[in-house]
Design a protein around this ligand. Structure first.
Ligand code: HEM
Ligand SMILES: *[C@@H]1O[C@H](CO)[C@@H](O)[C@H](O)[C@H]1NC(C)=O
Ligand SMILES: *[C@@H]1O[C@H](CO)[C@@H](O)[C@H](O)[C@H]1NC(C)=O
Length: 322
């Protein structure tokens, strides 16, 4: 009898620890003791990758966004499809569009070698690589929170449903962000990520075909590289006119109705709305943009992380552990 009581006490004790762990918060110093070289190592690989191809900074930033918006920042979008598993890579917003998987692999093997073991999660690698990319391309740095673990699953359907569409209007974009615990200011600040990187012709074709709130010279110029009916045309165009610099030109372009995506220009329609004010404010206050961008990135990075005993530290970011 007393043995039974002891056992259930022990069970309760263990269960309590598990609950405490499950609700554990992300912390900035998570790797300080278990692998002090982790963060400098990630930064070095990201620096080399961006030096080889500046666009890679944009691609790494977007990987973190597409991870966090689909059931939380858990590395789910890094999982390869297999004959028995359909992950997120072929979902509409990701297919032929997400890039940087090889750089993530390089980072993973670099940290696994300096850490003498498999302790850094793929989800944290995405968060750190995104922060470093922004900073290397001239943007802010911010204290990235860590301790995420990796999912053992992914969802093709959720990747199709939860990532915002470039065709959406402001109301739909805002509702999407609110569903992720983010607000209107987060929407405007985080959209500033489009200060770096490229988009494909068939993505912005609807804007240069049908939108009327577009600068005529900008439109004519875009149509040259993206002729009508080229629905599958893979030509790319910068999302703003200084595509490898993390500056406020994205917002300045919106003020001139030179947003590349319909969703970009939705933030500025010169109708005196709250997003108009924020776009105008960020356009000539780089320090405010940088500060708010960092705050919003930390908020985005906090979406439903797996912590404690949940999930796993993947050995290979492309597949779940055996
Ligand atoms: C507000 C809703 C958003 C929509 C509708 C949207 C949509 C898109 C689309 C359609 C592309 C081009 C994809 C292609 O042609 O292959 C793109 C590129 C990009 N997006 Fe967004 N995005 C949004 C928000 C964000 C956020 C919050 C971030 C990061 C914090 C982000 C980062 C990027 C980056 C860096 C690129 C360029 C990637 C590269 O060149 O590889 N976007 N986005
Ligand atoms: C432009 O709008 C028309 C009417 O809604 C639509 O049928 C067409 O597909 C649109 N063009 C593009 C390129 O999206
Ligand atoms: C665009 O790229 C994808 C993936 O590489 C390819 O399947 C498709 O055929 C390309 N489209 C055109 C028009 O080149």
């Amino acid at each position: 009898m007393s043995r039974l009581i002891q056992c259930s006490f022990l069970y309760l004790f263990v269960a309590t620890i598990a609950i405490v762990h499950a609700s554990a918060q992300l912390t900035p110093d998570f790797y300080d003791k278990i692998c002090p070289e982790a963060l400098p190592t990630i930064r070095k690989v990201v620096e080399e990758a961006i030096w080889q191809e500046p666009r890679m900074g944009a691609s790494l930033l977007r990987l973190h966004f597409h991870d966090c918006f689909v059931n939380g920042c858990d590395g789910s979008n890094l999982l390869d499809d297999t004959p028995t598993f359909k992950g997120e890579k072929t979902a509409g917003p990701n297919l032929n569009s997400l890039r940087g998987f090889n750089v993530v692999d390089e980072i993973k093997s670099a940290v696994n070698s300096v850490c003498y073991g498999n302790v850094v999660s793929c989800a944290d690698i995405l968060a750190v690589a995104a922060r470093d990319s922004v900073n290397i391309l001239g943007g802010p740095s911010y204290q990235v929170l860590l301790g995420r673990r990796d999912a053992r699953t992914a969802s093709f359907n959720d990747a199709n449903n939860d990532i915002p569409s470039p065709l959406s209007n402001l109301q739909v974009l805002l509702a999407n962000f609110q569903n992720h615990g983010l607000n209107l200011q987060d929407l405007v600040a985080l959209s500033g990520a489009h200060t770096i990187g490229l988009a494909r012709c068939f993505i912005y074709l609807p804007r240069i075909t049908n939108d009327t709130n577009i600068n005529p010279e900008f439109k004519a110029d875009l149509q040259k590289g993206c002729p009508n009916l080229a629905a599958q045309n893979n030509n790319t165009h910068p999302l703003d006119s200084t595509t490898t610099i993390f500056d406020t030109v994205y917002y300045k372009n919106l003020l001139q109705f030179k947003g590349l995506l319909h969703s970009d220009q939705e933030l500025y329609k010169s109708d005196g709305s709250e997003t108009d004010s924020l776009v105008t404010y960020y356009s000539n206050n780089p320090n405010a943009f940088w500060a708010d961008f960092g705050v919003s990135m930390i908020k985005m990075g906090n979406i439903l992380p797996l912590t404690g005993q949940n999930g796993e530290i993947r050995q290979n970011c492309r597949k779940v552990n055996n």
